[in-house]
Ligand binder design. Structure first.
Ligand code: AMP
Ligand code: ZN
Ligand code: FE
Ligand code: FE
Length: 283
């Protein structure tokens, strides 16, 4: 049976693998399709596409955008986005600046707490345009200021802990529209992780295309519930491991094996969206 992992991160955001390493694991585990969904970045997609093609794996370019709806944070996965789309690239560049400024703010708070970390140390470790809290956690470990990333999140970086800084986010509606205008399909990531069930109907009204039903952090019961919700609202079904390499302990790739029928439905939906886009508007 063919299967896919459509939620993966590389070192172009807060994962530790290169696109090549990730595809290497994909080959080893027998995946027929992969997508790269780095946070606020599409930078790794070109390389990932190339290696996937050489390895006979179907590749779907993607990204994971941080958004909010009525104070609820949620993540929107954009699949099949045109990675050269000007508006998408402009907005992503803006999100990346927000991320970089947030790192400086978090470091300033840590300094106030007598944790002598430098923002430059975080940027050097992150070595990417989309730095996030996992990089701050790893920099704290590297500086010998905490024992491990878990401790860093628990003591300082988790929501409402003293070095946590809220991230300025776009609205979920804008995120969906941004993905759509770049030719992509917009999927709500890991609803069970963000506890965003209540938000689903509103996003369906604003053209959400699908729901990530299969995710490492979803229990079997949760997956069942989201499959029912997807069915009820006629949404596409996706799934992925959310592998960050060694950023959060062991690599998660291989934990989710999305049945390939869902990938075929995604391709069919992309085709329909393209046809709708290119058909002349009725007079
Ligand atoms: P950011 O985008 O900077 O807010 O960071 C989000 C990243 O941090 C995601 O990859 C999360 O999985 C990770 N993260 C969030 N909370 C925790 C936690 N308590 N422990 C470890 N990683 C976390
Ligand atoms: Zn991440
Ligand atoms: Fe996420
Ligand atoms: Fe993710």
């Amino acid at each position: 049976m063919k299967f896919a992992d459509l939620h993966l991160h590389t070192y172009f955001s807060d994962g530790t693998f290169s696109p090549e390493e990730l595809v290497g694991h994909g080959v080893r585990l027998g995946f027929a399709a992969l997508s790269l969904t780095d946070h606020d970045s599409v930078e790794g997609c070109a390389r990932m596409a190339e290696v996937c093609e050489a390895s006979g794996i179907t590749f779907i370019p993607g990204t994971e955008l941080t958004a909010e709806h009525e104070d609820t944070e949620l993540h929107i996965l954009g699949y099949f986005v045109d990675t050269q789309n000007q508006k998408l690239l402009t907005e992503i560049a803006r999100f990346q600046v927000v991320r970089q400024n947030r790192i400086r703010e978090m470091v300033a708070r840590l300094n106030e707490l007598n944790m002598p970390l430098k923002a430059e140390a975080v940027f050097a470790l992150a070595n990417c345009k989309s730095p996030g809290r996992p990089h701050v956690a790893r920099a704290l470990v590297k500086a010998g200021l905490v024992a491990n990333s878990d401790e860093a999140f628990r003591r300082f970086l988790k929501k409402n802990r003293p070095a946590w800084v809220p991230k300025a986010k776009i609205s979920a509606f804008e995120a969906i529209e941004l993905v759509h205008q770049a030719g992509g399909l917009a999927i709500m990531a890991h609803p069970g992780l963000n506890r965003t069930d209540d938000v689903i109907p509103a996003l369906v009204d604003s053209s959400l295309d699908g729901l990530e039903c299969f995710h490492t952090k979803h229990s079997t019961t949760m997956t069942g519930r989201y499959l029912e919700i997807a069915d009820k609202f006629h949404l596409l079904v996706t799934g992925g491991s959310d592998c960050h390499g060694f950023s959060k302990g062991k690599p998660l790739i291989g934990r989710i094996k999305l049945p390939y029928e869902h990938v075929e439905k995604l391709f069919a939906a992309k085709k329909r969206a393209d046809e709708k886009h290119s058909s002349p508007t009725p007079k």
